[in-house]
Design a protein around this ligand. Structure first.
Ligand code: CP
Length: 338
């Protein structure tokens, strides 16, 4: 599927009342919808800032379908579903009958027949979650947990929740720098889209030209390109460093890890150019000493582990809202005010 075909998905993601029923990508969703996800996620923290447990999805079955490896996303989706009292099944794709030649379609229809209400899908092919939502199992709520280079919408929303909780500022007041391998990063695409939708006016993308996607200008309003790290992070409020994909190191896109670190690695000297209260984020997995120095990753400005905790709250919100939206669509519950 061509990526352009994935950029107008509001009809697929929203039910006839305009409420979320699948969560596939940030593009096409309104500021009100993203704010609703953030507000709902925030409501899952109690007054002591601890995550709560609530029976919102009691009796519902969530299936995690990870066709690609994951530590954070898969585990936090499982933790989120359990905190909502859902039944959670982690499907072991490597041991499934896909290895005997069963098609994706047949695998999913069989899982749907086991009373699945919601699929969380990670796949190396861009568009896999759209394909499932559109043509395979439209009556199951589909959550995209990362598809190829296309989108990682729950990562973007946990990043937005982290920015909101840590800075306590409106997005329109913030300067956000995203550094590294933009070209191959689904996180960068989804973060930029979420920041734009939430009103951020100063989004700085910092990368060598070889790690920028073709048609970078299409990223749209508020986005500026910097090839020089020092210029890009000057006076910014938020720095998001991205993983350099080891599998691409020593390709023509990147000469070496040490060269990347020299040009774009986040170290104390560079961080000193940002605002004094600038926060440092990373979606993980991190390559210490390549895109980020350990003293920064483990230092006082790092909110990297807070991102992981916030990921549970965001995934609780997305699971709960998509389940409600799917039931509304099928006429199984009344429309709710979102
Ligand atoms: N950030 C992220 O998607 O991490 P995992 O690949 O470990 O899920």
């Amino acid at each position: 599927m061509h990526l352009a075909a994935l950029h107008t998905p509001s009809q697929i993601q929203l039910n006839r009342h305009g409420h979320l029923k699948h969560f596939l990508t940030i593009e096409g969703l309104s500021k009100a919808t993203l704010s609703k996800i953030l507000d709902t996620a925030q409501s899952f923290f109690n007054a002591n800032n601890q995550l709560i447990t609530t029976p919102l999805l009691e009796g519902r079955t969530v299936m995690n379908l990870f066709f690609e490896n994951s530590t954070r996303t898969r585990t936090t989706f499982e933790a989120a579903a359990k905190r909502l009292s859902a039944n959670v099944l982690n499907i072991d794709i490597a041991r499934s009958s896909t290895s005997k030649g069963e098609t994706l379609r047949d695998t999913l229809w069989n899982l749907e027949a086991m009373a699945a209400d919601l699929f969380v899908v990670r796949h190396s092919s861009s568009g896999a979650a759209h394909f499932i939502a559109q043509t395979v199992c439209p009556q199951v709520a589909i959550i995209n947990a990362g598809d190829g280079r296309h989108a990682h919408p729950t990562q973007a929303m946990l990043d937005m929740l982290t920015i909101r909780r840590e800075t306590q500022k409106d997005f329109s007041e913030l300067s956000v720098a995203i550094i590294g391998d933009i070209k191959h990063s689904r996180v960068a695409r989804s973060d930029v889209a979420a920041l734009q939708t939430l009103g951020c006016r100063d989004i700085r993308v910092i990368a060598p030209n070889t790690l920028l996607p073709y048609g970078f200008e299409a990223f749209g309003p508020g986005v500026r390109l910097f090839n020089q790290m020092e210029q890009g992070i000057a006076d910014c409020d938020v720095i998001i460093t991205l993983r350099i994909q080891n599998e691409r190191i020593n390709s023509p896109a990147l000469a070496s890890q040490s060269e990347f670190y020299k040009m774009y690695g986040l170290n104390p000297q560079r961080l000193a150019l940002a605002k004094d209260d600038c926060i440092v984020m990373h979606p993980g997995p991190m390559n210490r000493g390549v895109e980020i120095e350990s003293s920064i990753a483990d230092g006082p400005r790092s909110v990297i582990l807070n991102q992981v905790t916030n990921g549970i709250a965001v995934r609780m919100a997305v699971l709960a809202l998509a389940m409600q939206g799917q039931l509304e669509e099928q006429g199984l519950i009344e429309a709710i005010a979102q």
